[in-house]
Design a protein around this ligand. Structure first.
Ligand code: GSH
Length: 229
């Protein structure tokens, strides 16, 4: 069976999960603990990043490549439109979302969440190996320092990222906590993430509608029209 090496919290991994679910392709997730993922992924691909899809002997790294691979290996239903011009638009939109929005949403969320280990540690360990909690009890402070450094997570960085976020919409699901994402979202978020997400809620209503229509409803027709307002 196909395996998806992933972090449950990662929205790039959610993109791959969504594509697999959309295709109706059976798969198993291999949930990795941030920090402990490094040797596992290095052995597998020579790099550290997830998601990585393993289909038999074929290994595909990166959410964009995973979506392309799935469309080739499991063509129906198709993720890509048939028309070449529309395909180009999809590719441009995906590249924009992956490069210009995804990292900003991640940085803005972590800027608050890393101050709340009670919330973020379960996100990191959910569905993973039994020793994940024990590992994070010891390693979380060092992991947090490493993440802040690697992703430039600080007050100024978070502010720049928020500016980006409010001007564009893509990979926004963690800000609206839709059902179907695969995480057990907390009822209340800590500040300032709580106020920010509630201010953004009217702008993000369509993200929830997309989830409601396509992610939770198994009977929805792929490609059915959505009325954005
Ligand atoms: N462009 C990549 C981005 C993937 C990415 O940034 N993955 C992060 C998690 S959100 C990761 O694996 N970070 C840990 C690492 O690189 O070691 C994709 O689309 O798959």
């Amino acid at each position: 069976m196909i395996k998806l090496y992933q972090f449950p919290i990662s929205h790039y991994c959610e993109k791959a999960r969504w594509a697999l679910d959309f295709k109706g392709v059976p798969y198993q997730v291999v949930n990795l603990i941030p920090g402990l993922h490094v040797p596992v992924m290095k052995r597998l691909t020579g790099r550290t990043s997830v998601p990585v899809l393993a289909d038999g002997d074929t290994l595909i790294a990166g959410s964009d490549r995973i979506l392309d691979y799935l469309d080739q290996a499991y063509p129906q239903p198709s993720l890509m439109p048939a028309d070449a011009e529309q395909q180009q638009a999809v590719r441009e939109w995906e590249a924009f979302a992956d490069k210009d929005i995804g990292p900003h949403v991640r940085r803005y969320c972590y800027h608050t969440l890393l101050n709340h280990p009670d919330i973020v540690k379960p996100f990191f360990t959910t569905g993973g190996p039994w020793y994940g909690g024990l590992f994070l009890r010891a390693a979380f402070p060092a992991l947090r320092i490493g993440m802040r450094k690697a992703m430039n997570i600080n007050e100024a960085g978070a502010k720049r990222s928020l500016d980006k976020i409010v001007t564009a919409v893509a990979l926004l699901a963690p800000l609206c906590r839709p059902e179907g994402y695969g995480l057990d979202w907390p009822e209340e978020l800590p500040e300032p993430l709580a106020s920010t997400t509630s201010q953004l809620a009217p702008k993000l209503a369509w993200v929830l509608r997309v989830y409601d229509t396509y992610r939770r409803n198994d009977e929805a027709e792929p490609g059915a029209d959505l009325a954005y307002s």
